[in-house]
Write a protein that binds this ligand. Structure first.
Ligand code: GTP
Ligand code: MG
Length: 149
């Protein structure tokens, strides 16, 4: 089953939006298979965002991501990678559609609340970067027959 890596960034935790974000994914019908509150090391932050190394915002991004606790999660479901990106909204919260998480709760690209993997391959890389395999729980929600035909 498809999985994606989602992280509530330090601004989301500070702003008490952890429950709101988790609710949106639960209510949509995706399945939580991994969850932890953690401090992010500079090493992990650099590895996670390695494609952005050298860009003008990189140092600010590193400072921000390591500035406070992050909620790291893995969510499962058919099409979850692309669907989560839609639920999260555009990178710049000012252009993110209302109804998306960034569109509803944020105003600045450097404080955009949440990360979601941008492709299935990226998701696999990020999940193994942030989680040990044994910390991911494969389970069959009992409501599955009410979610999927
Ligand atoms: P993530 O889910 O965090 O990866 O965001 P994204 O996939 O929507 O955007 P992208 O991967 O291109 O950028 C990663 C993060 O870097 C963004 O979420 C922003 O926090 C930050 N970022 C990207 N572009 C800019 C920018 O032009 N200025 C600033 N200040 N930050 C940026
Ligand atoms: Mg990205």
């Amino acid at each position: 089953m498809e999985r994606t890596f989602i992280a509530i960034k330090p601004d989301g935790v500070q702003r008490r939006l952890v429950g709101e974000v988790i609710s949106r994914f639960e209510e949509k019908g995706f399945t939580l298979v991994g969850l932890k509150l953690m401090s992010v090391s500079r090493e992990l932050a650099e590895s996670h965002y390695e494609v952005h190394k050298g860009k003008p915002f990189f140092d600010g991004l590193m400072k921000f991501i390591t500035s406070g606790p992050v909620v790291a999660m893995v969510w499962e479901g058919d099409g979850v990678v692309a669907a989560a990106r839609k639920m999260i909204g555009a990178t710049n919260p000012l252009t993110a559609e209302p109804g998306t998480i960034r569109g509803d709760y944020a105003v600045s690209v450097g404080r955009n609340l949440i990360h979601g993997s941008d492709a299935i391959e990226t998701a696999n890389r990020e999940i193994s970067l942030w989680f040990k395999e044994e910390d991911l729980i494969a389970w069959e929600p009992s409501i599955m027959s009410w979610l999927v035909e």
